[in-house]
Design a binder for this molecule. Sequence first.
Ligand code: NIG
Ligand code: FE
Length: 401
Amino acid sequence: MWDRLLTDCHVATMVPTRGDPLGIIENAAIGIQDGRIVRVGRRAELAGTQPREVVPLHGAWVTPGLIDCHTHLVFGGTRAQEHALRRAGASYEEIAQAGGGIASTVAATRASSAGELLDSARQRARMLIAGGCTTVEVKSGYGFDTASEIRLLNTARALSQHEPVRIVPTLLALHALPQGAKRTAYVDMVVEEMIPAVARLTLADAVDGFCEGIGFLPHEIERMFDAAENHGMRVKLHAEQLSNRGGAKLAARYNALSADHLEYLDEPGVEAMAEAGTVAVLLPGAFYALGETQKPPVQLLRDYGVPIAVASDCNPGTSPLLNPQLVMNMACTLFGLSPEEALAGMTVNAARALGYEDEIGTLAPGMQADLCAWRIDHPAELGYWIGLPGPERRMVAGVDA
Ligand code: NIG
Ligand code: FE
């Protein structure tokens, strides 16, 4: 017997059918058993089933639970003063070179107790949850040494024990060079000590890096990717955010799950991503907060069939953004995505960017029953309202959360 039957709803399954990228089923019902979806169909087709509980949704629209596939949710302090500096004309690179930026968050993170770190991350997670997220990726990266990165990953993992959300932890191993460190020696440490230790403890699904002039260069990222591969971990990369360093092409060569940011991505990079099936994760919050003007090549990504995801990139420096609806809205208004593309970007394609497309991101038999019920007239509204409050109801593994 099914545990639950959700009725009196319309569903955007996010399994595209011909002419319908949202895979809409109107007047639908959803059967749930053991936390997974057993059937999704027209209400009439599911008549006669005898669930333990019938849950009428009073005409709501149901979508897969939203997935924020790129965040830096665990950190100490804020960088509100940098926001002020940038308004007065300083650039992200200038602030970083003067010892601010990522390094200042590392200092504030190290100064935070375990309880403070967890509490502040929980507050932020709750905002994403209230906005409809059922899965959130969380990167480390504000530790700069093995023990500190492990501490951040443990905090990320603890989030899912305290809040009703799935957490996908990523080791952001090469984020910025600590002040006074020697480049080669630092990369050696990451390759020989940090990645093996995190792999041994199975604390992260994937390894990430920041390929940029103020981050790490392709030959350094390559060594990090080799180490990840040797330890059976997938890779992703912050690439082509402020300049074109060929990061996306490099990531594709390592079958990366995703390449993220991509404002300066060129056609060979797009082509390489298409061939490798690497997802393009666009981060409009960072583009907006940094006042960038160079936009990611959305039309080229479409032309080559590269799946597009969108994410908050929530971090204290370049994207203090915690509202998933606003992420979708900004992806539409700033980058020209359609509302359907933006919704796919926080569901089906976000799941792909994490390697969990067989579990989450669509509403189909066998998938986790992670979903949101929205009081709207059409799913296009999710990319239309500027910072909509959030869903009326949210379920994780079929349970209201
Ligand atoms: O995704 N680009 C590097 N990492 C973050 C920013 C981190 C920070 O500035 O604290 C990003 O934008
Ligand atoms: Fe990031």
